[in-house]
Design a protein around this ligand. Structure first.
Ligand code: UD1
Ligand code: MG
Length: 452
């Protein structure tokens, strides 16, 4: 039986190297903050209890925490005195908890559920503490994992406090640790700050636990998984790894990505079976694409639902609230926002459809604009089933076009149109026979005399 788990996420770092007005952990990977990724991970792994440690003046981090995980407790670490001090900022949560303790850093957004599960598995196998380690390409300033001949962990040595020999160790501390302790506050309280940085190191817990007869275990993961983000460059590096994983998963789940490295997915993108994504497509948050739909090159989608068999793009833009039924066609340079389109509806060229609805099988001609905004309020355009809107029509909302109605090209429609009617708003055509020929002759003469 696994015990209950309290996850403490350390998010107090300001991240000065980001050169940002936003706290580091709120920077986004695949459309979700790094903290959001960690909270989702924590919830997916027996996340009964969550505590997030933030720095002072980080009200915005508290807000992000509570919107992603309303049941989380947020604690403020007033001074950054080290990772052990940061965990102790959540003292209240730890005190009231009898179970395991998991510590995560909010700036390592690529951690996976499987790895955390493996780490917690070590506690089940009798370790009092389990540390997530990795073979570092460049061990640099990471803490080194010092192992015993039996493979257990003897100590973690911070780089600044390490001997020459210890610095040669490539197995490094990711910062992720899980504890099964009877009195965690005792152990944490025993940690001092007599070290090179004058900080209270959480890593010192290992030797304390061992001195009390406890066993410390190591679980090794891939370095990519524990990549820490401290700069914009590292943020982009983490994004690239995240995207690679997500594209692989999308393809494994049955979507075709013709040029996967050019498709940008969001943390919550859902792609059905036999969906085809052409090159250079960007998915913002909140997009679902149902089976067999095709997203052609250079399209941008966000907050949209694409029905089965639909065909989008090339160069289409679907914005939040675009809800497309089966076999809908949205062509090049068409923008759709907050509009639902019934099955088989088409808007193939150069249009803005904002706020409203389009019935099944309706056809929206090239250059149609839903004039939805009067400078103060947004209004709706409602188009009935099977209606035909001629090219270059302006539909001034609020307005309703009845089912099966026709709108003549170039019309500015300001009044509702009944079902099956033709609405035409356009001045009569004037013709002057022979005018063009006379005009050309006159102009040619003028040009010839000007050249003399
Ligand atoms: C830490 C580990 C090191 C490990 C490395 C992995 C310790 C002592 N060292 O070192 O072994 O290899 O991470 O990246 O734990 N934080 C607070 N409050 C503090 C101090 C830190 O919230 O007072 C948070 C930071 O925001 C960050 C995390 O804890 O998310 C790690 O702190 P950091 O100062 O980056 O530790 P490192 O020196 O990188
Ligand atoms: Mg660090």
């Amino acid at each position: 039986m696994s015990r209950s788990l309290l996850t403490v996420i350390l998010a107090a770092g300001k991240g000065t190297r980001m050169r940002s007005n936003l706290p580091k952990v709120l920077h986004r990977i695949a459309g979700r903050s790094m903290l959001g990724h960690l909270l989702a991970l924590a919830k997916s792994v027996r996340g009964e209890k969550l505590a997030v440690v933030v720095g002072p003046d980080m009200e915005i981090v508290r807000k992000e925490t509570l919107s992603a995980a309303p049941s989380a407790d947020v604690y403020v670490q007033t001074q950054q005195l080290g990772t052990a001090d940061a965990v102790l900022a959540a003292r209240e949560a730890i005190q009231g908890h009898s179970g395991d303790l998991l510590v995560l850093f909010a700036d390592t957004p690529l951690l996976t559920q499987d790895t955390i599960t493996a780490l917690l598995g070590e506690l089940e196998r009798g370790a009092q503490v389990a540390v997530l380690g990795f073979g570092a390409r460049e061990p640099g300033s990471y803490g080194r994992l010092i192992t015993a001949p039996d493979g257990s962990l003897s100590a973690i040595r911070e780089a600044k406090d390490a001997s020459e020999a210890e610095l040669k160790i490539r197995l490094c501390n990711s910062g992720v640790m899980a504890f099964r302790l009877d009195a965690p506050l005792d152990v944490l309280g025993q940690i001092g700050n007599a070290n090179a940085k004058g900080e209270f190191y959480l890593t010192d817990a290992i030797e304390i636990i061992r001195s009390r007869g406890g066993r410390a275990a190591v679980v090794v993961c891939d370095e990519d998984e524990v990549l820490g983000v401290n700069s914009r460059r590292e943020l982009a590096g983490a994004e690239a790894i995240w995207q690679r994983r997500a594209r692989d998963k999308a393809m494994a789940d049955g979507a075709t990505l013709i040029a996967p490295e050019t498709v940008w997915l969001s943390f919550d993108t859902v792609l059905g079976r036999d969906v085809v994504i052409e090159p250079n497509v960007f998915f913002g948050p909140g997009v679902t694409v149902e089976d067999g739909a095709e997203i052609k090159a250079n399209s941008h989608l966000e907050g949209a639902r694409v029905g089965a068999g639909a065909r989008i793009g090339p160069f289409a833009r679907l914005r939040p609230g675009a809800v497309l039924g089966r076999d809908v066609h949205i062509g090049n340079f068409v923008e759709v926002k907050n509009v639902s389109l019934g099955d088989g509806a088409k808007a193939n060229h150069l249009s803005y459809l904002g706020d409203g609805s389009v019935g099944a099988k309706a056809n929206i001609g090239a250059g149609t604009i839903f004039c939805n905004y009067d400078g103060f309020f947004k209004h709706k355009t409602e188009i009935g089933e099977g209606a035909f809107v001629g090219s270059n029509s302006a539909l001034v909302a609020p307005v309703k076009i009845g089912a099966g109605a026709y709108i003549g090209s170039g019309s500015v429609i300001t009044k509702d149109v009944p079902a099956d009617a033709l609405a035409l708003e356009r001045s009569g055509q004037e013709e002057r026979a022979g005018w063009a020929q006379k005009f050309r002759t006159m102009m040619a003469r003028r040009k010839a005399s000007a050249a003399k």
